[in-house]
Design a protein around this ligand. Structure first.
Ligand code: MN
Length: 476
């Protein structure tokens, strides 16, 4: 049977604010002891009143615009009622029928180079729940995460396979990071995915009951869980017995399988009603314009510009725009180094290799963009050879010292003085008479050896193209 795969994603991303969604307790609690970043609002004490976090709302709105959504002039908060031990209020403050923003779209680039647009239904704000850890017969509660500001980004069911799901999730991650709205660090649980998967006979328009896979916390888990769920549902369909009700399932990384959590409740079961303690959020035209002006150039557009302006390859541009910081670094270095293509290749080979080795981010390492630009400049102007540049790079990396200063200090300036190079070549030829004879006897590759010897005799400082030219002339 020809079956079509239908996938929609809900992405929760933690908004990068100082304090929580509705109180002044600390938002970023990574590494803190359990229950040390809480206050009466986070743990639902009687009489505690929520106060919306302005920064969270503005960052949410900026992320929404970066995702192509329209921010509504008026939105409101609602209570989503359910019981869970990590939810002390007995409800989550979320947004139901009037979300912060709607109708966005994200473009993905597939591995075959083709592009596809995934539509976004809505982006709404809500607070996070606490965290339950089960140890043997005991369950431990940590409320540090309770009340942390989240944006939930809901896609249309436009995704057709696991690869598209991953590409879409990666694009959303980059966009919210570019918008400086979320760090979206997967390792710290700042971004999590729920994937809804269903199948239908090819050609049908109707949607069949889906399985919603909850709380996937890595791109790999997202892809694996979707692939597993597609295979599981395919079997059920092929056995003539398609799913008859919605399911909520979990994903077990160890067994590599999904497992049933519950037959999914519908929105009505949550008894949503307007949050009486928080007035609606409203934006004037000028406030919306102000936020729109803060949306930066986004990854795909920036990559296209780098290709156009600097002659980079697609692959180079995609890597350099993988984070806003790296792209900024490249453009600053290219402004100094003048040759963007050369600067790119230094970043992508030498610099990224060092960073990976040391486990450092671009902002944490010592080779400031001006220094890398200066190094490339020295090569272009012929003051040092590429070989010398590679030799001194580790020192720049270690010390953050200026390449010019290192070259001056060590006397590494490239020799482009014809007389001086001729002298080196004459001495070298005298010491290698048999090789010269071989060359004259027709052994072409002896030439490369002689160039190497001359370069070596100059301690790598002779201008290689001059050495080539002079040596050719002398050997006739
Ligand atoms: Mn949610």
């Amino acid at each position: 049977m020809q079956l079509e795969i239908i996938i929609g994603l809900e992405i929760h991303a933690q908004i990068s604010t100082q304090s929580k969604m509705f109180s002044a307790a600390k938002n970023s609690t990574h590494g803190m002891a359990p229950n040390t970043a809480i206050d009466p609002v986070s743990v639902g004490h009687p009489g505690a009143l929520p106060v919306p976090n302005r920064e969270a709302i503005l960052k949410g709105a900026r992320a929404a615009m970066a995702l192509g959504c329209a921010v509504r002039p008026k939105s409101k908060f609602d209570r989503k009622n359910y019981f869970y031990p990590d939810l002390p209020f007995g409800y989550q403050i979320s947004q139901f029928d009037e979300p912060l923003a709607e109708n966005g779209a994200v473009e993905i680039v597939k591995s075959d180079g083709s592009r596809k647009t995934i539509r976004i239904t809505r982006l709404h704000l809500e607070n996070d729940a606490g965290k339950l850890t089960h140890i043997g017969e005991h369950s431990l509660l940590d409320f540090n995460r309770a009340g942390c500001p989240l944006m939930e980004i809901v896609s249309e069911p436009d995704i057709r396979d696991a690869e598209e799901a991953r590409l879409y999730a990666e694009s959303v991650q980059k966009i919210v990071q570019y918008a400086d709205a979320s760090d979206a660090d997967m390792y710290r649980g700042e971004m999590r995915f729920d994937a809804s998967v269903s199948l239908r006979p090819a050609g049908e328009d109707k949607l069949y009951p889906r399985a919603e896979i909850k709380n996937l916390n890595s791109f790999r888990a997202l892809e694996s869980a979707i692939k597993y769920e597609i295979a599981r549902q395919r079997e059920v369909w092929e056995a003539g017995n398609p799913p008859s009700s919605q399911q909520t399932v979990g994903w077990d990384d160890e067994t590599g399988a999904t497992y049933l959590l519950r037959e999914k409740e519908s929105a009505a079961d949550y008894r949503y009603f307007p949050e009486p303690d928080i007035p609606p959020i409203t934006f004037s035209e000028s406030e919306l314009a102000e936020i729109r002006a803060q949306v930066p150039e986004l990854p795909l557009a920036r990559a296209a510009r780098l290709i156009r302006d600097f002659g980079l390859t697609e692959q180079e541009a995609v890597t350099l725009t993988s984070s806003r910081e790296l792209a900024d670094y490249f453009e600053s270095a290219a402004a100094v180094g003048q040759d963007g293509k050369k600067v790119a290749s230094w970043i992508l080979s030498e610099l990224l290799a060092k960073m990976n080795e040391a486990g450092l981010k671009i902002a944490e390492q010592k080779v400031r963009p001006e220094l890398l630009g200066e190094l490339v400049q020295l090569i272009i102007s012929g003051e040092i050879s590429g070989k010398i540049a590679k030799d001194i790079f580790p020192e720049i990396w270690e010390t953050g010292k200026s390449p010019k200063a290192i070259v001056a200090e060590k006397g590494l300036k490239q020799v482009s003085d014809t007389g001086a190079i001729e002298k080196i070549i004459d001495e070298m030829l005298a010491a290698n008479e048999s090789v010269v004879a071989d060359y004259r006897g027709g052994k072409q590759n002896a030439f490369g050896f002689l160039v190497g010897q001359a370069m070596k005799a100059s301690r790598g400082q002779a201008n290689p193209s001059l050495v080539n030219a002079l040596l050719k002339k002398k050997l006739g």
